[in-house]
Design a protein around this ligand. Structure first.
Ligand SMILES: Cc1cc2nc3c(=O)[nH]c(=O)nc-3n(C[C@H](O)[C@H](O)[C@H](O)COP(=O)(O)OP(=O)(O)OC[C@H]3O[C@@H](n4cnc5c(N)ncnc54)[C@H](O)[C@@H]3O)c2cc1C
Length: 371
């Protein structure tokens, strides 16, 4: 694996750093308090091609590959994890359409996702009764002469109240799952209220219900029955995104630990061992990203290892930072303590979405046994 950056990759990282430093970071605490969806920030990311880092330039993407994508997400997450997850889901939705969509879907939807014309896309797999067990979904799409009728409910959908396109998984018969690109404006779609979460407040999370929603035949993405395979492939890539987001949270927490002199004082050895854990997680995350970038190499195992190790390490750092926070405090320290609290709140869900830590352990164990 070669981790020396090409000029194009380095330019992506520099752009992400610049948006993070100038636009995202300064407003992160305010956004955490008011929970406002970061519309203008997402437009700024789109303006630099960061809403489609691994997508062809002819469709408005940056065409810079998965390693650059991973590093860009880490930079953004270090400034605000809530913005990073919104960016990650948008990139993921664009990549699914890019890989499996028809020519028409690619031409119509991807430029809207990469340019910021759509504030974001949504990935609608989970349901109130099926999260880890995605195959247990109850949403159905019934074939008609004109196309499909969609009925069901999706839960915990990131950016659901703001998305320009929903990718919706539904059963098209008892055993078959298919994927549809759904226009959020269609009659019969209801968007629930924003979930009140413990962290990542500025990322929007809602339930969606579909009641007799008429879809044209060409709304299907990929082939009938291909949906489950597409979802699993997308989640493998998505796990690299969440691992990268977790690294950003860990970096932010370690920076605060440095500023509060936790890394030179009494707790030095603890923080040094945590730093080593974060760097190990970064290595496997970059390796997973590099493998995916090769195009013909399996990376599912590495993506699960990356997500598991990075999210667990980030949690350990954020937790230790908060636990060993020094007193007494100046005004600067008080602001940093609010950041530390935000990180501890923001990090929790990295061990849940795109497959919980328990599910990553299952994937890793199954792959090891298969080998
Ligand atoms: C803020 C947020 C945003 C999200 N965004 C999206 C989104 O954009 N799109 C989307 O589709 N989904 C999204 N999700 C849903 C997320 O992917 C699921 O919450 C996650 O997959 C877990 O599913 P669940 O909540 O149904 O928990 P369950 O699957 O019911 O799991 C509950 C517990 O049981 C454990 N468990 C389950 N099965 C096993 C097993 N076989 N072995 C061992 N332990 C097991 C789990 O690890 C967990 O601890 C989001 C969730 C959150 C909280």
């Amino acid at each position: 694996m070669d981790v020396s950056l090409s000029d194009a990759q380095a330019a992506v990282v520099e752009d992400a750093q610049s948006v993070a430093a100038q636009i995202i970071g300064p407003a992160a605490l305010a956004r955490h308090k008011d929970g406002e969806f970061p519309l203008e920030t997402l437009q700024a990311l789109a303006g630099r091609g960061l809403m489609g880092v691994n997508i062809d330039a002819s469709l408005g993407g940056r065409d810079a590959g998965v390693v650059a994508y991973s590093m860009a997400i880490t930079e953004v997450a270090c400034a605000d994890p809530a913005v990073a997850v919104t960016m990650a889901v948008n990139n993921m939705v664009g990549e699914v359409i890019y890989a499996f969509g028809s020519q028409k879907q690619r031409q119509e939807l991807i430029p809207a996702l990469t340019s910021g014309r759509f504030s974001s896309g949504s990935f609608c797999l989970s349901e109130p009764g099926s999260g880890s067990d995605a195959a247990g979904m109850r949403t159905r799409a019934r074939a008609t002469d004109e196309g499909w009728i969609l009925d069901g409910t999706k839960a915990w959908i990131t950016s659901g109240a703001h998305a320009g396109v929903f990718l919706v998984w539904a059963k098209t018969d008892e055993r078959e799952i298919s994927l549809f690109a759904v226009d959020p404006e269609l009659p019969g779609i209801e968007v629930g209220g924003a979930e009140e979460k413990m962290g990542q407040h500025a990322s929007n999370t809602v339930a969606l219900s579909f009641d007799g929603v008429k879809l044209p035949a060409e709304a299907m993405v990929g082939e009938p029955g291909q949906g489950f395979r597409i979802a699993m492939m997308a989640l493998d890539g998505g796990r690299i995104g969440i691992a990268s987001q977790s690294l950003g949270i860990a970096d932010a927490a370690l920076q605060l630990a440095d500023l509060q002199q936790l890394t030179t004082g009494l707790h030095r050895s603890l923080f040094e061992s945590l730093r080593a854990r974060v760097e190990a997680a970064r290595s496997i995350t970059w390796r997973a990203a590099w493998l995916k970038e090769q195009g013909d190499r399996p990376f599912s195992q590495e993506a699960s290892m990356a997500k598991l190790s990075a999210s667990e390490a980030a949690h350990a750092v954020a937790d230790a930072l908060f636990r060993y926070w020094p007193t007494p405090m100046s005004d600067d320290d008080q602001r940093r303590l609010s950041m530390a609290e935000k990180l501890l709140r923001d990090v929790r869900v990295t061990r849940i979405y795109e497959g919980t830590s328990e599910i990553q352990r299952l994937v890793i164990a199954r792959n090891l046994l298969r080998r």
